[in-house]
Design a protein around this ligand. Structure first.
Ligand SMILES: [Zn+2]
Length: 380
């Protein structure tokens, strides 16, 4: 059976509801002119509905709706139903129709918020932003408007505005996790670093650390600043600290660590990493082995024992290892490296989005700090 169009689901119940309420509550006079006779606009609306002209039907219904409390509720319910179904044009018409009437301050704010949500859903971010700003000046719906603004600024990657909105939420004692503000500051520090403004970058990173002490992302960026300043040992120390705090960074940062350690220091660095990983119960060793195979297969022989233990638990790599039995270990390492170069190595724990690189904010669901390591090997 083909799906019935939305207007059948919305407008027929709505028409019935209006008819019934008109009879019960006496806002009847607008719909029922004299006993037993419906308002002509209501009848015309039904006629358009029956003839499958939902927009003309909506026109008629909007015309007969007044701004009594019952009618307002119906407006808001109808508008949000349209928005949820993605019919934003109709939702916008319903809410604009409301705003064109004389509303109390409270209902006006509610209608502005609803219209802003329609614009947001329609992807009209500038218009949504304007209206959310207006609502955020009032008291009643301020926190909802500010949360929506914060999400818009994140989408636009407008980090200073996102931070400013975070501060306004902070003033209301309605703060998102402190690390979110630290991420905004890190985004701004990364931009400053791109421009070559090391002083500003350091200042922003200090503020990030004040917001979220022991914050690996700030250490990672501070390491980049130190490297630009020619302070390689400091950079190596900061990067090592960041990876220890957040082992999920190892996959992306191992090459950088090895580069900072230099030719003479890389084997010692690798030995230290193996000691560190083996002393932990989690997936650190597995992460280290995958990272070494992916970015430094020439060094994999140095931790051959650990590689073989980890590989034995991954069917594809295990099969590859068995097939290469008899050949030098380096042959297997090079083959594994080629396979891992095509693997998805990171996944969002919140929405399951997978990627070949690490993201601080998930591109799929916009959650912060939700990425973890995984290995999904794709065979061509
Ligand atoms: Zn996600």
């Amino acid at each position: 059976m083909p799906a019935l169009p939305l207007f059948v689901w919305i407008l027929i119940p709505l028409a019935l509801a209006i008819g019934i309420l008109a009879g019960h509550y006496g806002w009847g006079r607008r719909f029922v002119r004299r006993r037993g006779r419906m308002h002509p606009d209501y009848l015309a609306g039904l006629d358009f509905l029956i003839n499958e002209q939902p927009d003309r039907a909506l026109d008629r219904f909007l015309k007969v709706m007044d701004t009594s409390a019952d009618s307002l509720e119906t407006h808001f319910a109808l508008g949000s139903l349209y928005r949820r179904r993605g019919e934003t044009d109709r939702a916008i018409r319903v809410h604009r129709n409301l705003l064109a009437r004389g509303l109390t301050t409270e209902h006006r704010e509610q209608a502005l918020l609803a219209l802003a949500q329609d614009y947001l859903r329609a992807g009209l971010l500038d218009r949504a932003e304007d209206l959310f700003r207006q609502v955020s000046e009032g008291n009643r719906l301020r926190s909802r408007a500010l949360e929506a603004l914060r999400a818009i600024y994140e989408r636009q990657r407008d980090w200073p505005q996102a931070l400013e909105t975070y501060r306004r939420l902070e003033a209301l004692d309605l703060v998102p996790p402190r690390a979110v503000a630290a991420h905004y500051l890190c985004e701004m520090a990364a931009h400053a670093l791109e421009r070559g403004d090391l002083d500003e970058s350091r200042r922003l990173l200090r503020e990030a650390r004040r917001r979220a002490p022991a914050f690996p992302r700030a250490a990672l960026l501070r390491a980049q600043v130190a490297e630009r300043e020619g302070r390689g040992a400091l950079a190596l120390g900061l990067l090592g600290w960041a990876v220890e705090r957040a082992p999920r960074l190892l996959q992306d940062e191992l090459a950088h660590l090895l580069r900072l350690a230099g030719e003479e220091g890389r084997e010692k660095l690798l030995d230290d990493l193996v000691l560190w990983a083996e002393a932990r119960e989690g997936s650190e060793l597995k992460g280290l082995v995958y990272a070494v195979l992916a970015v430094a297969p020439d060094l994999a022989g140095r931790l051959r024992d650990a590689v073989e233990r980890v590989v034995a638990r991954e069917p594809t790599l295990h099969a590859l290892h068995l097939a290469a039995a008899g050949a030098p270990f380096g042959v297997f390492a090079a083959q594994a490296s080629a396979l891992l170069a095509r693997a998805e190595t990171h996944r969002c724990a919140d929405c399951g989005f997978t990627a070949r690189r690490f993201y601080w904010q998930c591109p799929g669901c916009q959650a912060w700090d939700s990425f973890e390591n995984c290995v999904i090997i794709k065979l061509r």
